[in-house]
Ligand binder design. Structure first.
Ligand SMILES: Nc1nc2c(ncn2[C@@H]2O[C@H](COP(=O)(O)OP(=O)(O)OP(=O)(O)O)[C@@H](O)[C@H]2O)c(=O)[nH]1
Ligand SMILES: [Mg+2]
Length: 282
């Protein structure tokens, strides 16, 4: 394993604890900068060309892959990339623990290393690295920037009518039921400022998988009082390998919106997050 790869130190702990790399293993420290957090599960055909195109943009300083022991060997490819170049970092987790905790593991590692902007992207080319510069530039003025499919000049390609309907319905529900101020509440292409992540206590978010995206955005709005901007993107269908989204994930998304609306009222959430806010990394 290369020096800039970290192994999940306690595989039997709960997912959020298991994802925290041990500080003594830290491969490097930086004083700020932007890192792309790239969760991967079976993305062997996409990973190398994607990492290369991200770093070729020169819009970010590094890519941090969070691989969940992908059976197709994605983690080994990530290790090879990390051996070849110091701006590729890898967090290995022992099993498929879900997209939400993969983001958290990436945020934890990026904070400990010292980055101050964390950009999340899918590892299947749906989020075109060509938008990174616009997102990073916008992040100079906003604490959260969303690569948005639902603002003027944006859209989706290669999606079936059913997929478009599901995505649209999820977003309209989040906007009307939760009062979200953004047009795209489920996009995974985002740039978070580290200070915002530290204010919202992301590690305590209960939903995993795709509903994590709605949950974390709700916290940014309600508990983090974030300044948010949306940058138009054209979302493209995945290039290789298979989707990991399931019907169960879609149902969990509906349940998350209901829970946020009915149980986690803004006042309760603000108080809860203020009591548990993540201390800034040393
Ligand atoms: N580490 C980790 N990554 C995951 C997990 N589930 C999904 N991913 C990654 O999360 C990203 C989004 O997953 P996709 O399967 O592309 O889901 P999607 O974009 O909603 O669906 P498609 O549009 O059909 O591709 C990809 O980079 C996946 O490899 C997981 O449990 N662990
Ligand atoms: Mg995808």
């Amino acid at each position: 394993m290369p020096a800039n790869a970290l192994r999940d130190p306690c595989p039997d702990a709960c997912p959020s604890q298991a994802s925290v790399p041990q500080p003594e293993n830290m491969p490097l420290t930086v004083d700020g900068g932007a890192v792309v957090v790239l969760p991967t599960y079976n993305e062997a055909s996409n990973l190398e060309p994607l990492v290369t195109s991200i770093l070729d943009t020169e819009a970010v300083d590094a890519v941090l892959v969070v691989d969940d022991n992908s059976p197709d060997g994605t983690g080994k490819i990530a290790d090879r990339l990390a051996r070849d170049r110091s701006d590729v970092l890898v967090v290995h987790r022992h099993a498929k623990l879900g997209l939400g905790t993969a983001y958290c593991a990436g945020f934890d590692a990026a904070r400990q290393i010292g980055f101050d902007r964390m950009i999340t992207m899918d590892a299947d080319f749906s989020h075109n690295p060509g938008y990174l510069q616009a997102i990073v530039t916008m992040s100079e003025r906003h604490e959260l920037v969303i690569g948005s499919r639902y603002v003027a000049g944006a859209g989706t390609t290669d999606w079936s009518l059913v997929r478009r309907l599901i995505s649209r319905t999820a977003n309209l529900t989040a906007i009307h039921v939760l009062g979200m101020p953004t047009r795209d509440c489920t996009s995974g292409f985002r740039c978070y400022h580290r200070a915002l992540l530290e204010r919202i206590d992301y590690a305590s978010i209960r939903s995993n998988g795709y509903s994590f995206l709605v949950d974390v955005l709700y916290r940014c709005v309600v508990a983090g009082s974030a300044s948010i901007a949306e940058v138009p993107i054209l979302f493209e269908g995945r290039r290789h390998d298979r989707s990991k989204i399931s019907r169960a994930e879609i149902l969990k998304g509906v349940a998350t919106i209901a829970r946020l609306r009915l149980i986690e009222s803004p006042t309760r959430l603000r108080a809860m997050v203020a009591a548990r806010a993540v201390p800034p990394a040393a």
